[in-house]
Design a binder for this molecule. Structure first.
Ligand code: ZN
Ligand code: ZN
Length: 255
């Protein structure tokens, strides 16, 4: 029983086989998936998917790439969607200093969406690319009210990971831990406390080896778990069980 903590099954790359793929997941050992929104539209689609399939849960939020035109009206729509009982988190939100949106707006809407999560008592799913220091500063400034969350597809160093762990956050690893040149994710996989470790695919992106460059899907989260088991010298079954229990705990899922 594997839990993929982060996927985008509403992506058009799944349009031809989405239903078949989702129905086939339990047969491949994947019982649960959190489908994560990046825009208002994909957040809505995430909630719709969660309503259709028992093992799918949703996160709703606006990705830092998408905040250039964001308004308070959009924030209200996210809040409406979050009222659905299968919405497990606000996400994905954060900072991405590849700068598809102005940094000032990224910081503003990251902050606002964290505040929303605090009001709704939901955890947050954090997207962070080349913005570790600013993400950390913003999270620290809210640490008294934040319910906790996940550093998704964590790509930073183990040193930096400790700061997020100190704030009570979980660390989620994906396909990059299997890449040939992976150094930082392997270091993190080796050291992160077992009760704070999550796994994910970020499907359709970041497929693990040997599917690197192809379309990723939640069934391939098994390869991430296998790699982490190998790195830590542990049984695959134990990694599967522990990461699944951790994901349910942070998202408050009890089935
Ligand atoms: Zn992301
Ligand atoms: Zn994502």
């Amino acid at each position: 029983m594997l839990f993929d903590s982060h996927a985008h099954l509403e992506d058009e790359r799944f349009d031809d086989d989405r239903d078949e793929l989702i129905r086939g997941l339990p047969g491949r050992g994947v019982t649960h998936v959190v489908n994560v929104g990046s825009t208002l539209d994909t957040s809505r689609m995430s909630v719709d998917l969660a309503a259709m399939y028992p093992g799918i849960y949703a996160a709703v939020g606006i990705h830092p790439h998408e905040v250039s035109q964001m308004t308070y009206d959009d924030l209200n729509r996210i809040e409406d969607l979050a009222g659905n009982p299968k919405v497990a988190a606000i996400g994905e939100i954060g900072l991405d200093y590849y700068d598809l949106s102005p940094r000032e707006l990224q910081r503003q809407w990251f902050s606002e969406q964290i505040e929303l999560a605090c009001r709704l008592k939901l955890p947050v799913i954090i997207h962070n690319r080349d913005a570790h220091a600013d993400v950390l500063d913003i999270l620290k400034s809210k640490k008294d009210k934040i319910l906790g969350g996940i550093m998704h597809c964590y790509s930073g160093s183990w040193e930096m990971a400790k700061n997020f762990l100190d704030l009570g956050f979980y660390i989620s690893l994906g396909g990059p831990v299997t890449f040939k040149n992976a150094r930082k994710p392997v270091e993190v996989a080796k050291n992160v406390p077992l009760d704070r470790l999550l796994i994910e695919t970020d499907s359709p992106y970041l497929a693990p080896v040997p599917y690197r460059g192809k379309r990723n899907d939640p069934g391939l989260v098994r390869l991430v778990a296998e790699k982490i088991a190998e790195i830590r010298g542990m049984d695959f079954d134990r990694i599967a069980k522990i990461t699944s229990a951790n994901t349910k705990r942070i998202f408050g899922i009890d089935s």
